[in-house]
Write a protein that binds this ligand. Structure first.
Ligand code: CA
Length: 223
């Protein structure tokens, strides 16, 4: 999952990028509204954390522009504690959730998980595909109840495929959603990680759809 952070407070921006990276997200960040707007307009994010008070272009305008251009990614706005009117304006501009500063990082991470799973059509924090279970809260993956050890890249890949199970996901989409802007993107690495995942979970759960990509399916034969 790839997340954009738009926050002009450098310390908070760094903290957010650090916490989100540690939580397994690919993270891009911007420190003003114009840059943030541009990134959100041109890159495919799974979620955006957007501060309201920003230089060059305020957060409400950024959000309104995205929604006008039909950008549908979930957006969580950050507001000042005493500015209830910002929350109202933000929600009306198309925000999916808000958090007032100062906040606990754990709460933001929980809200992000909830938005990401809602956006991909899941209500539960536990994703299941056949015998494989992924707990989005603890990042624990089990197969028939046995814990599977994954590297962070393998986890990111599995998590994306499980959020979008029963659908063909192209390699390009995987590259765009698993790596941040600065990453040297090479879609061959995806193949390598798929190969590694298949050695750790039942191999036929991740189906290769020739010429199109991969599909994670609980019943691959019927798909
Ligand atoms: Ca600010």
């Amino acid at each position: 999952m790839r997340v954009l952070v738009v926050e002009d407070d450098n310390d908070l921006n760094r903290q957010l990028v650090g916490a989100l990276s540690d939580a397994g997200y690919a993270v891009d960040s911007a420190t003003d509204g114009e840059e943030g707007h541009f990134l959100g307009d041109t890159e495919p994010y799974d979620l955006v954390v957007l501060d309201i008070g920003l230089p060059k272009m305020d957060g409400i305008s950024v959000l309104e522009e995205w929604r006008r251009a039909d950008r549908k990614m979930p957006v969580i706005i950050l507001t000042a504690r005493d500015r209830w009117s910002d929350k109202v304006a933000g929600m009306d501009a198309g925000a999916d959730d808000y958090l007032a500063k100062p906040f606990h990082m754990e709460e933001l991470l929980a809200r992000i998980r909830a938005q990401v799973r809602r956006a991909s059509g899941h209500a539960s924090a536990e994703l299941t595909c056949g015998s494989v279970q992924l707990d989005t809260k603890t990042s624990r993956v089990t197969c028939d109840g046995q814990q599977i050890k994954l590297t962070s890249h393998e986890y990111r890949l599995l998590s994306y495929l499980m959020h979008h199970n029963e659908r063909v996901v192209s390699r390009t989409e995987l590259v765009e959603h698993l790596y941040d802007q600065d990453f040297d993107r090479d879609s061959n690495t995806i193949e390598v990680f798929i190969g590694r995942l298949r050695k750790k979970i039942p191999a036929d759960i991740i189906e290769t759809v020739r010429g199109l990509g991969y599909r994670m399916s609980s019943s691959p034969d019927e798909a």
